[in-house]
Write a protein that binds this ligand. Structure first.
Ligand code: ADP
Ligand code: ASP
Ligand code: MG
Length: 419
């Protein structure tokens, strides 16, 4: 069997869904299709959660209306009318979200977040599977929350592999059909409470299914021709890399290449399942193949992490940065879920470049209790892998560099964000 995952852009409107159906038609079966929320729905769902929590009822209703209207427009474009039995499951799901939002939220933000944001993937898979059936496919919709079992770490849940293997292999039996449609990004606890696997987690879902089902291949369909040597939104002349190893791809995603979720590679590498990154706009083009053996890219690879904060910490009592206090500092970052993207130490200073997210403020307050903290926000972290001096000079021309770290393969620069 094989797994194909379609991200938000590949189901962003009715034409995109029709294109998906054409691609699915041409794919070898048996097949599990994993689908993300449509377009930017997850962002819209996050905004909905904010209104829900802040108690702004007018804003909540407005945001909910927009989300429903967006999906309804796609349904109308696909089916011509919406008051039809095929769309009943979708409308039941809409009703269930509306009812949920009528109740007061609990005090647990991450829990409420998962309960609400998950509707994005439920809506998209219900619409796409209804349309697949309408187009003559024997597609079976599967609620992934019943079979991809996780712990209850809401918003970043961990897979329970043993249970998932048992339940998933039963569910994807291919007895009655050769095509299943299910949600990316979602999981469920033992007591069937919805969880999510972290933003952009649908690639990971495809890899989990691939691993558990011993797939021949996993394909992720994107709006780019494959993995490129840079993000084309930032570097428009980015070029496709034809083949990569798992290890190299993990490095790229670790440094911030956003095309594949970093957690995706391990389940595939462990079972030696190849990953294909292909364009849903040009499905016959070859894309990027990721497997055990792959050559190092011959081009320099540019990875820009935006919206960073550069922190410098020094002990108040002029003591050295030692292994002991270093591990305390690192543990603190771990506790507040602030990921360090670049780290350097000297006798008296600890410097780190981190994502600017809401957990950072409380962490900085905590660190200030025992250390002197200085920081620059409005910075970016540029990693150039397989650098040459001339590409460094070119990319840094006119930029203010705050810090740098050069190793054999990587040249990394903390630079000021351009005004
Ligand atoms: P999905 O719809 O599957 O979630 P993503 O948006 O996560 O897709 O990933 C595709 C996007 O990743 C592209 O639109 C592109 O802008 C961005 N991207 C960032 N870095 C790269 C890279 N090195 N190669 C290809 N795409 C990249
Ligand atoms: N819809 C989720 C998100 O936007 C998961 C995904 O698309 O991978 O983060
Ligand atoms: Mg993604």
């Amino acid at each position: 069997m094989q797994v194909s995952k379609f991200g938000g852009a590949s189901v962003k409107d009715a034409n995109a869904v029709r294109n998906l159906v054409r691609i699915v038609e041409g794919l070898e079966k048996p097949l599990v299709v994993v689908i993300s929320a449509m377009g930017k729905t997850t962002n819209a769902m996050e905004a909905l959660v904010e209104s829900y929590f802040s108690g702004n009822d007018a804003e909540l209703k407005e945001r909910l209306r927009n989300i429903i209207a967006y999906h309804e427009k796609i349904a109308k474009d696909l089916f011509g009318e919406v008051d039809i039995p095929e769309l009943r499951p979708f409308y039941d799901c809409v009703e269930s979200l509306s009812q949920r939002l009528e109740q007061q939220p609990s005090l647990h933000f991450d829990y409420e977040y998962d309960q609400i944001v998950s509707y994005g993937e439920l809506f998209s898979t219900l619409l796409v599977s209804a349309f697949l059936k309408h187009s003559g496919f024997r597609a079976a919709w599967v609620d992934v929350r019943q079979i991809l079992k996780t712990d209850d770490l809401y918003r970043d849940a961990n897979v329970n592999w043993a249970l998932t293997t048992q339940l998933m292999q039963e569910a994807f039996s291919f007895d009655e059909t050769d095509l299943y449609v299910t949600q990316g990004f979602l999981g469920g606890t033992m007591s069937n409470i919805t969880t999510t696997l972290g933003r952009e987690g649908s690639d990971y879902t495809a890899a989990v299914i691939g691993n558990v089902m011993n797939a021949e291949r996993v394909t992720v369909w994107k709006d780019v021709p494959g993995v490129l040597n840079a993000d084309p939104r930032i570097f428009p002349d980015a070029q496709k890399i034809d083949a990569l190893s798992y290890a190299e791809t993990i490095e790229l995603s670790y440094y911030g290449a956003q095309v594949i979720h970093p957690k995706t590679l391990k389940p595939l590498q462990n079972k030696q399942i190849p990953l294909y990154v292909k364009s849903f706009l040009n499905p016959h083009f070859s894309g990027t193949t990721i497997q055990q053996q792959g050559e190092e890219p011959t081009l320099p690879v540019y990875i820009l992490k935006k919206n960073q904060v550069f922190l410098t910490l020094s002990p108040r009592d002029f003591s050295f940065i030692t292994e002991g206090n270093l591990s305390d500092i690192l543990a603190m970052f771990g506790k507040y879920h602030v990921r360090i993207n670049l780290l350097q130490t000297s006798a008296l200073n600890f410097t780190a470049c981190v994502d600017n997210r809401r957990e950072l403020m409380p962490l900085m307050e905590k660190l200030k209790e025992t250390m002197i903290l200085r920081y620059n926000d409005h910075v970016e972290l540029l990693t150039i892998r397989y650098y040459t001096q001339s590409v460094i000079d070119e990319k840094l021309s006119g930029r203010t560099v705050i810090d740098s770290q050069i190793t054999r393969k990587n040249a990394r620069f903390v630079i000021k964000t351009e005004a």
